[in-house]
Write a protein that binds this ligand. Structure first.
Ligand code: SD4
Length: 333
């Protein structure tokens, strides 16, 4: 039995670009568990996997829930609420970049082990869109609420309205408007990214996922990206695995990216390879792929995970996750 410590792990995909695409928290496992060529591996549980460096804080929040035997759904919701409330993260929730009219509009979705899902899009003035998405899933017969209807529902559910535009985000928006007011929104690239997507696997072997964002900075008013769209920005199938996306949502939607990643895993591809193949599909479907950033992360039901992304100025590249940070903690495995 190997010494199983808990570790927080961050991986740089497209290392030259310095893009830390995924952060993982999982019991330490033998290398074989991450070997794409390896067939059967021992299940790794629990696991919390998130996009970008900000995922580390989300993973830290989710980890005690998972480690104490809590439900993947509770962990994934608690995890992404951290970046939603962090004003320093400029592409999620409070502090997120507004649209070109100066309104912060949020997209989020959540999915559980039974394939239930909930989503909100073009939602304004609510701090935690992911929790509203969960209420849509649990309290309504619907999957998706948008705009004013989503906000009315949130308020009726007890969520408070608040201004999500921070002075910093407003100042950046005004500067952008002065310089680029006549042009379209800037593409999501290495300077303009950080949607949080998160996947969790609990001690019972159940998967859940969440994705939440303020979307593309300075987008057209009313624009909705991939993040609240089940199958595009997030997909979970408990029999197979889950995937979530980050980057230029239009490109992800065209490829129905996360559903594709999960279907590729269903066909037997390990998570990292499934993400790579889905990125290749995005490339096929988007002639402008060299100007955009798109990334997928995936977690399978055995606890194996991986990610793959493309970024401007780089051919698509893959790198096995590197351990950035080790945290000693008891494991229940
Ligand atoms: C969107 N996918 O709205 C989101 C943006 C994003 O990192 O991922 N930013 O298109």
């Amino acid at each position: 039995m190997p010494d199983r410590r808990t570790f927080l792990k961050s991986s740089a995909l497209g290392a030259a670009a310095g893009l830390p695409l995924l952060a993982a928290c999982a019991p330490e496992t033998p290398d074989v568990a991450q070997d794409p060529d390896e067939g059967a591996v021992a299940p790794i549980r629990p696991v919390a996997l998130s996009t970008w460096n900000h995922g580390l804080a989300a993973n830290r929040e989710a980890w005690p829930i998972l480690e104490s035997g809590g439900r993947a759904l509770d962990a994934v919701e608690a995890g992404v609420r951290v970046p939603e409330a962090d004003p320093a993260i400029t592409s999620v929730g409070y502090g997120g970049a507004p649209d070109r009219e100066g309104h912060v509009t949020l997209d989020a979705c959540i999915m559980d082990e039974a394939g239930r899902c909930g989503s909100v899009a073009f939602l304004r003035e609510i701090l935690h869109p992911i929790s509203v998405a969960r209420r849509v899933m649990e309290e309504t017969p619907h999957v998706m609420l948008v705009g004013q209807g989503a906000q009315d529902f949130a308020v009726a559910q007890g969520f408070e309205r608040q201004n999500l535009l921070t002075p910093e985000a407003e100042a950046n928006w005004r500067t952008w408007l002065e310089r680029n007011g006549e042009t379209g929104p800037p593409p999501v690239n290495t300077e303009n990214h950080d949607t949080i997507g998160m996947l969790t696997l609990d001690m019972d072997g159940n998967l859940s996922g969440a994705c939440t964002t303020s979307g593309a900075a300075y987008k057209l008013h009313g624009r909705v990206g991939d993040s609240p769209i089940i199958g595009a920005g997030l997909y979970v199938d408990n029999a197979v695995g889950g995937a979530t996306a980050t980057g230029w949502g239009e490109a992800v939607i065209r490829a129905v990216g996360c559903f594709l990643v999960v279907e590729l895993m269903r066909q037997g591809h390990p998570p990292q390879e499934a993400c790579r193949l889905a990125v290749e599909r995005v490339i096929e479907k988007n002639p402008d792929w060299q100007e955009i950033q798109v990334g997928f992360i995936a977690l399978d039901r055995q606890g194996r995970y991986g990610g793959y992304c493309i970024a401007p100025g780089f051919d698509y590249a893959v790198k096995t996750p590197d351990i950035d940070e080790l945290v000693d903690a008891p494991s229940r495995l």
